[in-house]
Write a protein that binds this ligand. Structure first.
Ligand code: PMP
Length: 351
């Protein structure tokens, strides 16, 4: 071993879903099967390359203004970043420090433990109950902070506002982060409704799912002025140019088109309902989905076998080889035509 090798910081990185290099039916990373708002393409076409000579607005004001108008949240209560992964990483760095462990579910977004390890934050995974629900009482104890997605991923289960309010009431001394990557697909309201009640609440959302812009990498957070200011101070100490100019323009155009967002969500939700019905007929069980994916287990055929057989047919779904969930598949909702191809393939595999 070379002497400098022990100087290298070693981490076990997050494993994202596969991005195959050839066209497949891609139901493995919860992307949107429909294009973004037409106004995004217009904004991209209108971009003058000469403007790229200059650094972009550090505060990403065009995007922040559009988000403020779309959601009725003050500009100084909005933080934007390069995907919600960036926003969440900044939030971990800013709010989670100290000796006490932060709490998050044992079955959840698998980036949380990666950030906790990276930033050397002590953490404790709180088991979901037998039906994969979060037990809110499990969070009524001393901790260094709380984070959970709502709807949770990969379970697709959403909790209502009272549930989140109860967790906040019992956690007034720490920061509570609600990761709402999938909230637009749920009938439950966003926790942003609670911002006036709780100054220690951070609500994180993304353009990657319902706005069909995963490739643009845009995420944002709503919170009290104090929280947002603290996050910006950290961000500007890291890289003061929050977001590139094309992303700011495209993001602003998308945020201004809330009707299109609703339209996309309706289509995905309609296909999701059809998908759940068909999967049940095929012998799968799953928690009722409030997201753009279904977390399903088959009554006889092991999930890994189904995953591998689907992959051979160029249909990619997500499989997690992890305790408690190794017999589940996370299936993203695609177009109706893509789901029909999935059902045909499943019929053959399960015969
Ligand atoms: N939170 C959750 C729960 C997610 O599933 C994802 C998608 N991988 C993200 C955050 C991050 O999404 P993005 O960085 O594309 O906004």
């Amino acid at each position: 071993m070379k002497a400098w090798e022990d100087k290298i910081r070693r981490v076990v990185p997050y494993t994202p879903g596969e991005q195959p290099k050839r066209p497949v039916i891609k139901l493995n990373t919860n992307e949107c099967p429909y294009p973004p708002s037409p106004s995004v393409e217009q904004a991209m076409r209108a971009l003058d390359a000469d403007t790229l000579r200059l650094y972009p607005d550090t505060e990403a004001l065009p995007l922040v203004k559009a988000l403020s108008a779309a959601y009725g949240v003050e500009e100084d209560q909005i933080f934007v970043g390069v995907g919600s992964d960036d926003v969440l990483a900044m939030a971990f760095m800013t709010f989670f420090q100290g000796e006490k462990p932060i709490l998050f579910p044992d079955i959840t977004y698998s980036f949380y433990d990666v950030w906790a390890e990276l930033f050397r934050i002590p953490y404790e995974k709180v088991p979901l109950d037998g039906t994969f629900h979060i037990g809110k009482e499990d969070y009524y104890r001393e901790n260094g902070g709380v984070i959970f997605p709502n709807p949770n991923a990969p379970t697709a289960i959403a909790e209502d506002l009272d549930f989140i309010r109860d967790i906040l009431r019992h956690n007034q001394d720490v920061i509570v982060i609600v990761d709402e990557a999938y909230i637009d697909f749920s009938e439950k309201p966003s926790a942003k409704e609670l911002l006036d009640e709780f100054e220690n609440l951070l609500v994180v959302q993304t353009f990657s799912k319902s706005r069909a812009m995963a490739g643009m990498r845009i995420g944002y957070a709503f919170g009290s002025r104090e929280l947002i200011k603290a996050m910006k101070d950290i961000k500007y100490s890291f890289n003061s140019y929050t977001m590139n100019l094309p992303s700011q323009m495209a993001g602003a155009a998308a945020a201004a088109d809330q009707d299109y967002l609703k339209h996309t969500v309706q289509k995905v939700v309609a296909t999701r309902e059809r998908t759940q019905k068909r999967l049940a007929e095929l012998g799968f069980s799953f928690p009722k989905s409030e997201a753009n994916f279904v977390f399903a287990s088959h009554k006889t055929k092991p999930a890994r076998e189904i995953y591998e057989a689907l992959k051979k047919k160029d249909i990619y779904v997500r499989y997690f080889d992890k305790p408690r969930i190794y017999n589940y598949l996370r299936i993203t909702i695609g177009t109706d035509a893509q789901m029909d191809q999935l059902f045909d393939a499943l019929e053959k595999i399960l015969r």
